[in-house]
Ligand binder design. Structure first.
Ligand code: NAP
Length: 259
């Protein structure tokens, strides 16, 4: 447990479910005060109640990452409730599937606006407050899909996840003067509500292709995010941590089977 997260004010976008909720659980377990953000307030409140019941200080806020005024209201809510802002987990994201030939320009824009522009807007709204923290941290949820691997039907998604890393590598230089670090976690296949929607066959074959032979848990990603947000990671910026059970490493099915 990192003592440096105790009492810190943390925002997790996309915190009502999946990876974001797992991140919130880990941060709350370290004694942080967490604001869960999602469009659906009821879901966010239910998640906050669930996490508070296990001992954390967790609240909910409704906001859409595609709208700057929502992101500014979110940042203000964290400051008002917690007396400041130390950590932003820019995690909200969507992954609808469509191959290039069927993908509409509107679907492309929707994914880019949520995953990539939403990351920019959340960070833009939070920087004025993170500047005042002695431990300003931004942790972006990217993916292995895009930066290092590919999957048919996810060209738009993959472009956003690679784009987040390009954004990060300049943002970390711009924000270093405020002592704010910007890093990213790159999850493999993590068991979330969103992933469950892809179906049993997807989940079964995916688990079989992972050297550690299981999908990741949301807390697996939460622990990596908590490390990047901790004081122990103060000298790490513009970097990534892949959390994928070794998924990207086997060169072939034979490489996996012969181990
Ligand atoms: P999930 O279970 O579908 O949860 C998505 C969360 O994002 C929900 O809280 C949702 O709440 C929120 N959200 C969606 N659009 C939003 C918007 N416009 N504004 C604010 N909140 C929004 O997804 P997940 O699997 O946990 O994925 C979370 C992140 O991890 C994404 O960035 C995804 O790309 C990344 N990731 C996931 C995996 C995986 O295997 N699951 C792997 C690699 C990367 P509302 O719908 O109420 O807004």
């Amino acid at each position: 447990m990192s003592a440096s997260l105790k009492g810190k004010s943390v925002i997790v976008t996309g915190g009502s479910k999946g990876i974001g909720k797992g991140m919130a659980r880990v941060f709350a377990g370290h004694g942080a005060r967490v604001l869960l953000v999602a469009r659906n307030l009821k879901d966010a409140e239910a998640a906050a109640q669930d996490l508070s019941a296990s001992g954390g200080t967790v609240g909910a806020f409704a906001a859409d990452v595609t709208t700057l005024s929502d992101m500014e209201a979110m940042a203000k809510a964290a400051v008002d409730r917690h007396g400041g802002l130390d950590v932003l987990c820019a995690n909200a994201g969507i992954f609808p599937q469509a191959k290039i030939e069927e993908m509409s320009p509107e679907s492309w824009d929707h994914v880019i606006n949520t995953n990539l522009k939403g990351t920019f807007l959340a960070i833009k709204a939070c920087v004025p407050h993170l500047k005042h923290s002695s431990q300003g941290r931004i942790v972006i949820t990217s993916s292995i899909t895009g930066p290092v691997s590919g999957y048919p039907g996810w060209t738009h998604y993959a472009a956003t996840k690679a784009g987040q890393l390009g954004f990060m590598r300049t943002a970390c230089i711009e924000l270093a003067k405020y002592g704010i670090t910007v890093n990213a976690v790159m999850p493999g296949n993590i068991m979330t509500e969103g992933l469950q929607g892809l179906g049993e066959e997807y989940l079964r074959t995916m688990a079989a292709s992972i050297p550690l032979k299981r999908l990741g848990s949301v807390e697996d990603i939460g622990h990596a995010a908590a490390f990047l947000a901790s004081n122990e990671a103060a000298y790490i910026t513009g970097q990534t941590i892949i959390v994928d059970g070794g998924q990207i490493l086997p060169e072939s099915l034979e490489a996996l089977a012969s181990a």
